[in-house]
Design a protein around this ligand. Structure first.
Ligand code: SAM
Length: 355
């Protein structure tokens, strides 16, 4: 949108970021589904599961930040590529004091801001809600130095979160470098950068398993199709078309993990966690079981009402009690889509030597 998109197109002409405006347009045109439609979706349980993973990740690093800080210290967060503000309630629950929200899609940012205002209104009427200040702006994080858009460019962040979006910057080295600098440069030493991204190793493993001449794989909820030469794969611009039932249909890029780690180090970020969703699920389930039940349990019952509908037969096939199936009754297809991702966390060091 707006400035971001124009800048993107200029850069695209110069051979840098030809795909960012495609991505922005895609997200700008996404309709916001109502609760009913979301419940009918084939990826209803996967969305709950992804939300739970994000909550676990945010809570894990927020807890560490809270241990370090003194009473009365502000807690500031950057939600980079925040979308429509799907994590706003998580920030409210984490009792932060200030939030910066940015995304390339202007329409999403507007929705995010409206949601924030709803939260504020609710907070005014409740003694249990936590009020926090926030700022919002639309821009391309792979192209623009975010700190120059902050109300206070000298502000120090405790946490930077980039959920399901960092991979868009792996179109080129210049974009990845810019995005990593944005993630790192305002973080306080001891602060964290957390992200969820597709797991390139897993994607390539599935591509190879699909057969030697195959460029496409997936199931009834997701598909991945490669545009580029996959042997050998380039470090940047390893482009594929990602389709996720009713939500995503746009170009993405493989994240070469060692390169991500190297870029992080350049900006003083030290890798402290890399776990696939499947590993993270197993690791955090003992602590997060109740939350997962809350996030999907009640809604399971509601969604099962749609079970008579042909389209939702997969839900009946995987009842909540079935053994070996993740809580929240993801269908096999949803589980395959969810396990395409990994979580990673970096700690900000005093300087790049320490990282
Ligand atoms: N983080 C949100 C969440 O977890 O709900 C949204 C995730 S959505 C899958 C990916 C988001 O990344 C979209 O809102 C999209 O507009 C944003 N995005 C993609 N490329 C971007 C870029 N270059 N700069 C800023 N935002 C970008």
């Amino acid at each position: 949108g707006g400035g971001g998109e124009d800048e993107t197109q200029e850069e695209g002409a110069a051979g840098g970021a030809a795909n960012t405006h495609v991505v922005a347009t895609h997200y700008n045109e996404l309709k916001e589904a109502g609760r009913k439609d979301r419940q009918k979706s084939k990826i209803f349980f996967m969305r709950n599961f992804n939300n739970w993973i994000k909550s676990q990740l945010i809570n894990e690093y927020m807890a560490q930040i809270k241990q370090q800080k003194r009473v009365g210290d502000a807690l500031r967060v950057l939600d980079m590529c925040c979308g429509k503000g799907g994590d706003l309630l998580k920030w409210e629950k984490a009792s932060i004091s200030h939030l910066i929200c940015t995304d390339i899609a202007e329409v999403s940012i507007e929705q995010c801001q409206r949601r924030y205002q709803d939260i504020l209104r609710r907070a005014e009427n409740s003694k249990f809600s936590n009020k926090f200040t926030a700022e919002f702006f639309a821009c391309d994080s792979t192209l623009v130095r975010l700190r120059e858009r902050y109300k206070d460019p000298s502000l120090q962040l405790n946490l930077v979160s980039c959920q399901f979006a960092f991979h868009y910057c792996f179109e080129s080295l210049a974009q990845a470098d810019c995005m990593m600098r944005n993630a790192a440069e305002c973080l306080k030493p001891g602060g964290f950068f957390i992200a969820t991204i597709p797991d390139a190793y897993e994607i390539i493993r599935r591509l190879k398993a699909a057969g030697p001449e195959t460029r496409r794989f997936g199931n009834d909820v997701y598909s991945i199709e490669f545009d580029c030469e996959t042997d050998p794969l380039p470090l940047f611009g390893a482009k594929y078309q990602f389709h996720l039932e009713g939500v995503v249909d746009c170009p993405e890029f493989l994240v070469h993990f060692p390169t991500l780690v190297k870029l992080g180090r350049k900006y003083g970020l030290q890798l402290i966690r890399r776990s696939t969703f499947s590993e993270y699920y197993k690791e955090t389930l003992p602590k997060g079981r109740q939350l997962l039940q809350r996030m999907s349990g009640l809604e399971t019952v509601q969604a099962q009402r749609y079970g008579s509908d042909e389209q939702f037969s997969h839900i009946r096939n995987f009842p909540a009690t079935q053994r070996g199936r993740p809580l929240g009754t993801l269908s096999k297809s949803e589980w395959e889509a969810a396990t395409l991702y990994l979580v990673c966390a970096f700690k900000k060091c005093k300087n790049s030597w320490d990282a």
